[in-house]
Design a protein around this ligand. Structure first.
Ligand SMILES: C[S@@+](CC[C@H](N)C(=O)[O-])C[C@H]1O[C@@H](n2cnc3c(N)ncnc32)[C@H](O)[C@@H]1O
Length: 259
């Protein structure tokens, strides 16, 4: 059977059910009401949209991506699994997230760091301004962000699953521009390693830079969600709203711009 890169990406990288529940909780925590409309920017196969639609019959999801291939994959593999009624509450748009005509939403989520592809400040500012305009009056822009000293040098990290290995490979880091290149590889038992299945050419934006830019674009407040630690000092996957972070080799955090 042909190697299905989107299936392995989903299994290794994504937790769309956890993300949907997290976004629901964040909106409730900050706004004191249930968020209804989610826009998933850089949505690829829009797995998050599909899980959002499963959270309730009032939930609506819009997925935005400029590549037709993952959008079609999502229609075939994720959207088709939803009940017919829920399918009608998920819509996708084949367009740039910088398009100023995108639908209004309570929450705009840009996850798995895709906005790191906007490597200059004016372009990221255009994106935040466009998000601000298309959010509802009490809307939230939710981004994830990673950082820490471990990201400031090339390294490769392997995660072993029962039937494959996933590799997150940082190829480069430029301390002047903060630009870095990354690749995802997979290895299936008895097969050659499949290299560069996905590649990324990014600028590593810091949480402080993102906060300053969000405020400049009109967001009234910026919140942070930081991961807790387990008994062994490792991340426990539980995120809580904080005022300051903790020193660690590498982190994944969420930054939330509140309109
Ligand atoms: C890292 S992947 C998908 C990440 C996905 N959000 C996730 O959570 O795993 C990035 C996606 O962003 C899309 N993309 C990149 N630049 C874009 C842009 N300016 N507008 C819309 N989609 C874009 C690519 O086509 C690709 O499908």
């Amino acid at each position: 059977m042909a190697f299905d890169k989107y299936e392995f990406y989903q299994r290794a990288v994504q937790s769309p059910d956890v993300d949907a529940a997290f976004l629901q909780r964040v909106f409730q925590e900050i706004r004191g009401r249930d968020g209804k409309i989610l826009r998933e920017d850089f949505c690829a196969a829009f797995a998050l949209c599909c899980h959002w639609a499963k959270l309730g019959s009032d939930k609506i999801a819009y997925g935005i991506d400029l590549d037709p291939e993952p959008l079609q994959y999502g229609r075939d593999h994720y959207l088709s699994l939803l009940e017919a009624e829920a399918q009608t509450r998920v819509k996708t748009f084949l367009t740039d997230v910088l398009n100023p005509e995108l639908p209004k939403a309570d929450i705009i989520a840009a996850l798995n760091f895709s906005y790191f592809g906007f490597k200059d400040r004016p372009t990221l500012k255009r994106y935040f301004e466009a998000c601000y305009k298309s959010l509802d009056a009490d809307g939230l822009l939710v981004l994830d962000c990673f950082g820490g000293p471990a990201c400031m040098e090339p390294n490769e990290h392997e995660t072993e699953y029962d039937d494959f290995s996933y590799f997150w490979d940082q190829d480069s880091y430029d301390p002047i521009t903060n630009e870095a290149r990354f690749a995802i590889h997979f290895k299936l038992p008895g097969q050659k390693k499949l290299t560069n299945v996905f590649t990324y050419d990014w600028r590593l934006w810091s949480l402080a830079e993102l906060r300053d830019l969000m405020l400049e674009c009109g967001f009234s407040k910026v919140h942070y969600y930081w991961e807790g630690t387990d008994d062994e000092g490792e991340g426990d996957g539980e995120y809580a709203k904080v005022e300051s972070g903790e020193i660690c080799e590498s982190f994944v955090a969420y930054i939330v711009g509140a309109k």
